[in-house]
Design a protein around this ligand. Structure first.
Ligand SMILES: NC(=O)c1ccc[n+]([C@@H]2O[C@H](COP(=O)([O-])OP(=O)(O)OC[C@H]3O[C@@H](n4cnc5c(N)ncnc54)[C@H](OP(=O)(O)O)[C@@H]3O)[C@@H](O)[C@H]2O)c1
Length: 313
């Protein structure tokens, strides 16, 4: 096998950054990555909506695989701005995957459990898709566009991803920050899924690619939990005040986008084909907490706090 050369589009984001870091250190691998609005040393600036620029970068890097982690993953924003977000989540995504295929690289596309409506979970890879919101429909259309390019692709459907990230936007970091400030968190007792630890994804995706596994895979955490129970696990792992976690329901959240109540993914297929683990919540959260000091030092090193915050920041 040739030395695997990975190109990560969206290497400043939650999933992309874990993949960029871990693949850069993976024996025999090299990794390049891109940023869009949040500059980071060592990465290339790229807007994947610039199709010529994306194609040029792919031709220059000559990757063996291109992880498309660049997206607008904000479900409620997608609901309010369907055309704007479709342009990146579908059009630019499929164009980037096509550019990867043309260059002989495997496009690896990150899709979502939100391609399902939640009526018959847990879902296997072959189950019919039927999304409840624009974001989910965009993912379905992007999956179809990527699959049409040929057999050499990986579509990884992931779910409720958490981990260390530069923007501290995922549910775990939001909850930890709120709880430390004495503020409450509301967790739906009727929303169930399998939260996925971002730190597990690089090894699983790399192993799939190295093993010649292609097609659609559900790549999600080992355990199904309600949102409320997941927040309790976070409180336990971080030794936070559990009384700050309040029971709620999806309907009471009044989100602009409808969401599936039960979107758990069956992961038998990926588990039978890769050795790298997908942890349950308690183990993943304990690991994440143990990495807090190391992560904060790293984050400060790669992106020092702006001494003059921008207006409105
Ligand atoms: N997080 C989850 O729970 C979850 C669940 C299911 C599926 N997914 C999917 O997994 C993928 C990664 O999600 P994530 O949570 O890691 O996202 P994220 O943290 O929001 O990261 C998004 C990345 O995309 C980049 N980006 C945004 N617009 C871009 C553009 N026009 N051109 C180039 N790059 C652009 C961002 O760069 P800058 O920061 O530099 O602007 C960032 O690196 C997405 O497709 C998402 O839909 C995520």
């Amino acid at each position: 096998m040739k030395t695997p050369r990975a190109l990560i589009l969206g290497a400043t984001g939650l999933v992309g950054h874990y993949c960029w870091r871990k693949w850069s250190e993976r024996p025999g691998w090299t990794a390049r990555g891109t940023w869009h609005k949040h500059a980071l040393g060592g990465l290339d600036k790229l807007d994947i909506q610039d199709e010529d620029g994306t194609r040029a970068l792919i031709r220059e890097v000559k990757p063996s695989l291109v992880l498309i982690a660049a997206a607008n993953p904000f479900v409620d924003y997608c609901e309010r701005h369907p055309e704007e977000t479709r342009a990146i989540n579908v059009d630019a995504t499929v164009a980037a995957a096509a550019a990867a295929s043309e260059a002989g690289a495997t496009p690896v596309f990150l899709s979502s459990d939100y391609v399902f409506d939640g009526s018959v979970a847990p879902y296997g890879e072959g189950d019919a898709v039927s999304a409840l919101n624009h974001y989910g429909r965009q993912k379905i259309d992007a999956e179809r566009g990527v699959a049409r390019l040929g057999a050499d692709h990986v579509i990884a459907r992931i779910s409720g991803v958490f981990g260390w990230e530069l923007s501290r936007k995922n549910a775990v970091l939001q909850m930890v920050d709120r709880s430390r400030a004495g503020k409450p968190t509301h967790g739906a007792t009727d929303v169930r899924a399998n939260p996925t630890y971002a730190a597990n994804l690089p090894d699983v995706l790399a192993e799939l690619w190295e093993g010649g596994r292609r097609g659609t895979y559900h790549v999600a955490g080992a355990e199904e939990l309600t949102r409320y129970d997941f927040f309790l696990e976070v409180a336990r792992a971080w030794e936070l005040d559990e009384s700050l976690i309040h029971k709620s329901t999806l309907a009471k959240m009044h989100s602009p986008a409808n969401r599936p109540l039960h979107s758990s993914l069956r992961t038998d297929k990926v588990r039978s084909q890769v050795k790298s683990p997908l942890w349950g919540a308690a183990k993943a959260l304990a690991h994440m907490r143990a990495e807090e000091k190391t992560w904060l030092a790293y984050a400060e090193y790669v992106r020092p706090a702006d001494p003059q915050p921008r207006a409105g920041a």
